[in-house]
Design a protein around this ligand. Structure first.
Ligand code: ADP
Ligand code: ASP
Ligand code: MG
Length: 457
């Protein structure tokens, strides 16, 4: 069995879906379990529906819902036209009805909660509908092409914690249920389709697992099904030496260790979700990152680290972060100070990425979306709090970078015109990170890329 995950751009429109299906077709012998995201940008639009609903903007919400309905029906039309040349035109009644039903349920919830706070379980349900639309369409199209495909609702197996908008999976429950429903599906089908991102509590309430978490869904499924491999199909030729959106001449990375890939993701490389490494790694299942628009390109394999050389592999960044500084002379010669401070971050559910301390101060970085004002208010009893906004974090990532001669000097060289607000080296020697002013980000990432990857070019 293999797990193949297709992100939003891989199913953005009829042409992309056709490419994706031809990639799946080549793997039908391997029992593919296909995990799909929503079509590109659909989850963002669902987020807007949620916001407009709460703001009481009925017309705004309706306009987006109608546009979603049109877009998905248009995809079905184009797909059907494409196959009508060689086969009888497929009956689109069921798929139209399915699209209609999903969009109507969104509209019903939007109207019910207009101008009020939407309960988190309903919000999670609304956010998950993009995956239901896309999985219905891909399944319809595969069957129309004669590929025996069964849709398995992720809510039949993806049991999660009850933090509805950013839930984590209960691996033991997922394993029990996924093995049962998916092996049953393979009794009559040659491929299975399911939704990424989507989960359900043990009581049956809808959840989602956080933005970009379809990769996590795929890796979890790979783990519980003991898959031979997990394939993450996206819009770039694998994991690269930097974000190709920012740096024009990046290089592909053939192999990365699980630890390097997880660090890269944690420190901002959006190409793979930070939680998606550990499940596959726990069973030593290789993760391939591949390009659905260039299926024959080599891509990247993420695997156990023994054969992976030391050295800087990639540069990642978080463009918008904040630095929270706690200055407290009381900290000098006392114990337990950091515990108290971290308890505050924990209380607000804020994860801390970088940390540096001196005798009388602690600085930490947090995502720009974190509720820093509430955190600062609670921290005020421990010292003087300042928050630096509009900052970016840049990290060089690689196995044992401590052994890379001149790495620190090269980082300083690349940023010698910029202010460095914080610097830290991860204790596992997998990353060296700095915090700079946000407007400098593109410039600094490009300079670092030049220093580490463009020598002699
Ligand atoms: P999907 O919708 O398929 O999940 P994402 O947009 O989440 O795709 O991830 C792919 C994007 O990740 C790429 O388009 C690229 O801009 C970005 N990215 C960031 N860092 C890297 C990197 N080091 N290598 C490749 N892509 C990267
Ligand atoms: N559709 C979801 C999102 O946009 C999940 C994913 O794409 O992985 O966040
Ligand atoms: Mg993604």
């Amino acid at each position: 069995m293999i797990v193949m995950k297709f992100g939003g751009t891989s199913i953005a429109d009829a042409a992309a879906i056709r490419r994706t299906i031809s990639i799946i077709t080549r793997k039908m012998q391997s029992k593919p379990v296909v995990v799909v995201s929503a079509c590109a940008n659909v989850t963002n639009l669902l987020g807007q529906v949620v916001e407009l609903t709460e703001a009481g903007d009925k017309a705004g919400s309706e306009e987006i819902i109608l546009s979603l309905k049109d877009r998905h029906k248009m995809i079905v039309d184009e797909l059907s036209l494409g196959i009508a040349v060689k086969r009888p035109t497929p009956d689109t009644t069921d798929i139209y009805n399915a699209i209609e039903k999903i969009c109507n349920s969104l509209w019903t919830l939007s109207k019910a909660h207009l101008g009020g706070q939407i309960p988190d379980a309903d919000k999670a349900y609304m956010m998950s509908l993009g995956e239901y639309l896309s999985s219905d369409i891909v399944c319809f199209m595969m069957n129309a092409l004669g590929l025996k495909t069964m849709l398995v609702d992720a809510r039949h197996f993806m049991i999660t914690s009850p933090n509805y908008m950013c839930a984590t999976a209960n691996a033991a429950e997922v394993s029990k249920r996924a093995n049962s429903v998916i092996s049953k599906a393979f009794k009559t089908a040659d491929a299975v389709i399911t939704q990424g991102f989507v989960g359900v509590t043990i009581e049956g309430d809808p959840t989602v697992m956080g933005r970009g978490s379809s990769d996590y869904s795929a890796s979890l499924l790979g783990m519980v099904l003991d898959a031979d491999r997990v394939e993450i199909w996206t819009d770039v030729d694998g994991i690269r030496t930097a974000d190709p959106n920012l740096v024009s001449n990046t290089r592909g990375i053939g192999k990365l260790s699980y630890e390097e890939a997880a660090e890269l993701a944690r420190f901002g490389a959006k190409v793979i979700h930070p939680l998606s490494i550990e499940p596959a790694a726990s069973k030593n299942i290789p993760i391939y990152v591949l390009n659905s628009m260039n299926a024959d390109a080599e891509g990247t394999v993420v695997q156990g680290g023994a054969s992976i050389p030391d050295g800087v592999k990639s540069i990642s960044y978080n463009e918008n972060i904040r630095v929270v500084n706690i200055y407290s002379p009381k900290m000098i010669n006392t114990t337990g100070f950091l515990t108290k401070i971290f308890a505050v971050f924990e209380k607000h559910g804020v994860s801390v990425d970088m940390i540096s301390t001196s005798e009388a101060s602690v600085s930490v970085t947090v995502d720009a979306t974190a509720p820093v004002d509430a955190v600062s208010a609670d921290l005020a009893k421990y010292g003087n709090i300042t928050v630096d906004r509009d900052k970016s974090q840049v990290s060089i990532i690689g196995k044992n970078i401590i052994g890379v001669k001149g790495a620190v000097a090269a980082v300083f060289e690349a940023v010698n015109d910029s202010k460095i607000y914080m610097m830290s080296q991860g204790s596992s020697f997998l990353n060296l990170s700095i915090v700079i002013d946000r407007p400098e980000i593109a410039n600094v990432v490009r300079k670092l890329h030049k220093v580490f990857f463009e020598n002699g070019d």
